[in-house]
Design a protein around this ligand. Structure first.
Ligand SMILES: C[C@@](CO)(OP(=O)(O)O)[C@H](O)COP(=O)(O)OP(=O)(O)OC[C@H]1O[C@@H](n2ccc(N)nc2=O)[C@H](O)[C@@H]1O
Ligand SMILES: Nc1ncnc2c1ncn2[C@@H]1O[C@H](COP(=O)(O)OP(=O)(O)O)[C@@H](O)[C@H]1O
Length: 295
């Protein structure tokens, strides 16, 4: 049975921009955000079971192992909708920090959708998978396609972009978990001080202009999370003082990342941050399509 297992890479995303246009009647916020994938990734293994059950285990014990897990929900929705009478064990090798603004759970769900489409021979198109993904979470469609994209609507409407200038991303997560709903809930849309220059960011990406990309970083949720967790501001300041060319909080946070072009600078930042917080990662912007099924 084990030779039929499918393993899928589930990369983290960062927000290069995150703008909120207005609060919608359905409670969600209309967003405009540029996202890209980085090579910090979970691995999702899908192993057929000989009975009709979804079982989930994760290397991080505090991650839910039932329908509250986005990857479990992906399998559940596929089984329900396409009347699949097969069982699967989902194993998540967790490398992306949890509740961090890096879409770890969404990426696991996207990986499960892609992998199960193959394991169960469903023949679903990416559009069909993205529709199911959007029912699980606003970031799941982006995670399905990966690469770099402008996301609109509540995050599920995607316009693909080319790869940004290659660079290093040094990520630091203070030891707090952030609830995305609480952060959006704390935002007063008519009090937003500065909206990110989304058009400039898109141009910087198209032109692979690294310094323009750094200048165009912006996230309207940053202020909200910084009020809750002052460590976010402290990490940003430390990153800038250590030579980061651009810094921003990703998503609803609390992870902050620094962009640098040279590996040596990434190493210096990594070392400086490790003296301040435990969760530090050095990764590369992937930017292209890297969401392949591994085997
Ligand atoms: C902020 C972002 C930026 O990429 O990422 P994370 O910080 O979660 O990684 C996303 O918008 C998060 O997407 P995701 O985590 O999939 O959110 P969902 O599960 O769909 O929604 C969780 C909750 O966030 C709020 N929400 C989410 C998306 C949106 N456009 N408006 C909202 O107001 C709603 O209160 C919703 O109930
Ligand atoms: N596969 C998963 N990995 C991590 N967290 C998950 C997963 N499925 C559901 N969750 C739940 O989703 C919440 C948000 O987690 P995550 O996706 O890591 O963060 P974020 O939305 O900030 O990027 C967590 O608190 C966790 O309980």
């Amino acid at each position: 049975m084990n030779n039929l297992r499918v393993s899928v890479k589930a990369p983290a995303k960062i927000n290069l921009t995150l703008d909120v246009l207005y609060k919608r009647p359905d409670g969600y916020h209309e967003v405009e955000m540029v996202m890209t994938t980085v090579d910090l990734a979970d691995r999702v293994d899908l192993i057929p079971l000989d009975h009709d059950e979804i079982r989930l285990d994760c290397s991080a014990s505090f991650v839910p192992d039932d329908i509250r897990n986005h990857a479990f929900k992906a399998a559940y929705l596929l089984k329900e909708r396409y009347r699949v009478k097969k069982g699967v064990r989902i194993y998540i090798d967790k490398k992306i920090p949890v509740a961090a603004g890096l879409a770890g759970g969404s990426s696991d769900a996207a990986a499960a959708l892609r992998g199960l489409n193959r394991l169960w021979n469903l023949g679903l198109s990416m559009e069909e998978l993205a529709q199911i993904g959007a029912e699980i979470g606003s970031d799941v469609p982006f995670c399905l396609y990966g690469g770099t994209a402008l996301a609109k609507g509540r995050g599920e409407k995607l316009i693909p972009l080319s790869s940004p200038a290659p660079c290093w991303v040094v990520l630091a997560k203070p030891p707090v978990g952030v609830s995305t709903a609480d952060v959006y809930g704390g935002l007063r849309v008519n009090e937003i001080k500065a909206h990110p220059a989304t058009d400039n960011m898109i141009r910087a990406i198209e032109e692979q202009n690294f310094s323009m990309m750094c200048q165009s970083l912006g996230n309207v949720l940053e202020e909200v999370t910084m009020k809750l967790y002052p460590q976010v501001r402290q990490i940003k300041e430390l990153m800038l003082a250590t030579g980061a060319e651009g810094v921003l909080m990703s998503g609803s946070g609390p992870t902050v990342y620094a962009l640098v072009q040279k590996e040596m600078k990434a190493q210096r930042l990594y070392n400086a941050l490790r003296g301040f917080v435990k969760d530090v990662y050095a990764a590369r912007i992937l930017g292209g399509n890297e969401t392949d099924v591994l085997d």
